[in-house]
Design a protein around this ligand. Structure first.
Ligand code: GLC
Length: 740
């Protein structure tokens, strides 16, 4: 399979031939220094990593010693750099310009963890396509997204860039984002080259500390971390980024096993690989290469291609001249860079993405804002709603309290590209627009929970006069994202105390939570009547969240990740193994246990094993019943599928959103198998009283795992089939057989 999915595979015959011809002509004519140049990427503006001096970028571009740039700050700069490359460098090879367009360019969609909470890949494909349109109109060719890391650790700040803990869900979003960014044609003026990152295992950083050691088994690598990369490759992702971490003590960028054997071999990736920020240079810092020259050798020999900012490829020409690296290996890497440029249409017109008029008119359109609003409301997860406190009535007198009601910058989360606070409509503004009763706003403290003078008193005064208190709390946006790990998963500062004090007042308290990660907040959950996890919802934060708070839209979100009760449970995830000593289900458990309770089982003495809220969970305002189901056939062979049909009924007089989730359990395998694995899901919107049959397919190939024979295969046997509204709320279960 090696090298089968080339970047040019999707390019029509005539153009592909022309690009291939040009690439070979260039390769035949380039010096080793110029080849190393094509494999070198510099930052042209702000830094998105450690402080690294790229030297004089203009001179290097004009000399043909740079193949790509990231973080170019404006369209005018982009044009200037491209002119230098095309008009002054020896072969006139255009630059490819990259940027982290993670959840929007100018129009900002919810942070990726929030987008994953929509459980709606089609919606995320649309938002990614909008991001691509806006970015491509502003001179960007290549985005470093999607992040397809799977993580079970909410301490890790980059959980916000992921689709959460489940490989099936993460794979669905990986595909959606690749399709959305890349469209059908990389040369289209509304598409970007995508980049699946970070390859691989980065989501397993020990202790949730960013850039830390990773220690995953082969089984875990294959079953948890690789599937979304396989999905992205299958979807035709043009590029992949190496991770910072080690695998088996070898830095991922220099791992022949990961890059050559698994990514190019097993997964069949034939596109371009780019390092992470300085990750080639860091091979030496890890202590896995003796200095920069050896680091460069390790990276290129492993099969990695482009160096982002480390500069170690200065050594490449000598490594070739001294016989330590084959020139053919370098040529193959350069070929991928040039193929990307060709596929983007840059050989035909290096300036094709530079149109000052479109740069303005293509961004922040009404349609983009509407999709951002839809994404915001579909990502909000209703965690609690005692006595139906929500939705709010527009006639109520509401005390809107807390530091996140009117903080536009925070709503954009981390990785904002061109997102601007001025474009954001906050919750306060959106509510002021539609609320009819009294609406009193008290900020009470800063977003990091630092008290402001008189804040608490003003909040309590407002609460005393209100029918309902709506309190907004959370963690600052920069506490999530890269280099933003936390050991505690609590609400920072005095926010917890503020909510506790408000809860003592007469008016019931609803809470909107803004965060990059699941927070372990059992006390908050206990003290408020209603709790809505809004994540960081983006440009249309206010209107989207208000749509849900007022009940125009049923809360559309379901958790893509388990919410722990306490940091001490981490990692806590739904698709765990049974262990040899599972906790007996029939027994009642106490914390601490009573004397006659079983303790020789896999449990804590002080908290339950279960998370505060399970994977897949999210409440509805409506009353959706799982009425009936059927599935068949009850025996399937390789290449066949089980069709599951579930009838759901909205028993209320309001619209409902339901995410029907299908799980399987492989009862016996050559290796121990998880107690539950998401196999399929369908999000449906039901009108008042509507009954609908929802169909999902479980393919025999979805049952594959990394067997004791070290192959990706499904083993014959009995599989439990479960359907429900979350991983912990199963409405129907049955079983089927997989036969040879
Ligand atoms: C980083 C990140 C990566 C990003 C790159 C370029 O440090 O780890 O996700 O794409 O820099 O900004």
């Amino acid at each position: 399979m090696n090298g089968s999915s080339r970047i040019l595979d999707n390019v029509d015959r005539e153009r592909r031939d022309a690009v291939e011809e040009r690439v070979e002509e260039l390769l035949a004519d380039m010096t080793l220094e110029q080849k190393a140049g094509q494999l070198t990427q510099f930052s042209a503006g702000f830094l998105t990593g450690t402080d690294i001096e790229s030297g004089n970028v203009e001179d290097a571009v004009a000399a043909g010693l740079v193949g790509s740039l990231l973080n170019v700050e404006s369209l005018a700069d982009a044009r200037e750099f491209q002119e230098l490359a095309v008009e002054e460098s020896p072969h006139g090879i255009p630059l490819v310009l990259a940027l982290d367009v993670i959840h929007g360019y100018r129009t900002t969609f919810p942070a990726p963890i929030g987008e994953a909470a929509t459980w709606d890949p089609d919606l995320v494909e649309r938002s990614s396509a909008i991001a691509a349109t806006e970015a491509a109109a502003n001179g960007v060719h290549w985005t470093f997204a999607p992040d397809v890391d799977v993580t079970r650790d909410p301490r890790w700040g980059r959980v916000m860039e992921t689709s959460g803990e489940d490989p099936t869900l993460a794979s669905a979003f990986a595909r959606a984002r690749v399709r959305g960014f890349q469209g059908d044609d990389l040369a289209g003026e509304e598409t970007l080259a995508a980049c699946a990152k970070h390859y691989v295992g980065y989501g397993a950083s020990e202790g949730g500390r960013d850039y830390n050691t990773v220690n995953v088994s082969e089984t875990n690598l294959r079953e948890q971390h690789l599937p979304p990369f396989a999905a992205a490759v299958d979807e035709g992702v043009a590029t992949v980024m190496n991770a910072f971490n080690v695998h088996e003590r070898i830095p991922a960028s220099g791992s022949e096993y990961l890059v050559d054997e698994v990514l190019k071999g097993d997964l069949g990736f034939g596109g371009l690989l780019v390092s992470d920020w300085n990750s080639f240079g860091e091979i030496a810092v890890h202590g896995a290469a003796d200095g920069e020259r050896e680091a460069a050798k390790a990276a290129i020999t492993a099969g990695s291609h482009v160096d982002m900012v480390s500069g170690v490829y200065d050594h490449l020409p000598d490594l070739v001249r001294e016989g330590e690296v084959d020139e053919a290996t370098v040529d193959e890497a350069v070929r991928r860079v040039l193929e990307l440029k060709g596929a983007l249409g840059l050989f035909e017109d290096p300036y094709r993405y530079f149109d000052e008029e479109r740069a303005e008119s293509a961004v922040l359109t009404d349609g983009a804002r509407e999709t951002a609003r839809e994404s915001a409301r579909e990502s909000a997860v209703l965690l609690e709603n005692d006595e139906g406190l929500l939705p709010l009535s527009p006639d109520d007198d509401v005390a809107l309290v807390g530091p996140y009601a009117d903080e536009p910058a925070h709503m954009l989360s981390s990785w904002t590209a061109e997102g601007r606070p001025d474009d954001v409509t906050t919750l306060r503004a959106a509510m002021a627009d539609r609320h009819e009763g009294d609406l009193t706003h008290v900020r009470a403290c800063d977003p990091d929970g630092t008290p402001v003078d008189g804040g608490r008193e003003a909040a309590l005064d407002a609460a005393a006069d209100a029918d309902v208190v709506l309190v907004t709390v959370g963690e600052p946006r920069r506490w999530g994202g890269e280099a933003a790990s936390r050991a505690h998963l609590d609400l920072p500062g005095e926010q917890g105390d503020l909510v506790a004090a408000l809860a003592e007042a007469d008016a019931p308290v609803a809470c909107a939570l803004f965060s990059s990660r699941p927070l372990a907040v059992p006390d908050l959950a206990d003290s408020v009547a209603a709790l809505l996890e809004a994540w960081f919802p983006g440009t249309e934060a206010g209107p989207g969240v208000a749509d849900v708070l007022y009940g125009d839209s049923d809360p559309g979100g379901r958790l893509p990740v388990s919410v722990p009760r306490t940091e001490g449970q981490v990692p806590v995830y739904y698709n765990h193994l049974n262990t040899g000593r599972p906790v007996p289900e029939e027994e009642e458990h106490h914390y601490p246990p009573t004397e006659d309770e079983t303790v020789f089982c896999s449990r804590y003495l002080d908290v339950p094993n279960e998370p505060l809220y399970p994977f897949g969970y999210g409440r509805s305002y409506a009353d959706v019943e799982y009425v009936d189901w059927a599935f068949g056939p009850e025996t399937v062979a390789d290449g066949e599928s089980v069709t599951v049909e579930v009838t759901v009924e909205n028993g209320s007089d309001r619209p409902a959103t339901e995410v029907v989730q299908v799980y399987t359990r492989d009862r016996v395998g050559s290796r121990a198998r998880p107690v539950k694995e998401l196999a399929a899901f369908e999000k449906v919107h039901l009108g008042p009283g509507e009954r609908r049959a929802v169909t999902a397919e479980v393919d025999a190939e979805d049952l594959a795992f990394w067997t004791a024979d070290e192959e990706w295969a499904a083993e014959p046997g009995t599989f439990d089939l479960m359907v429900g509204r979350s991983s912990a709320d199963i409405a129907f279960s049955g079983a089927f057989e997989l036969v040879e």
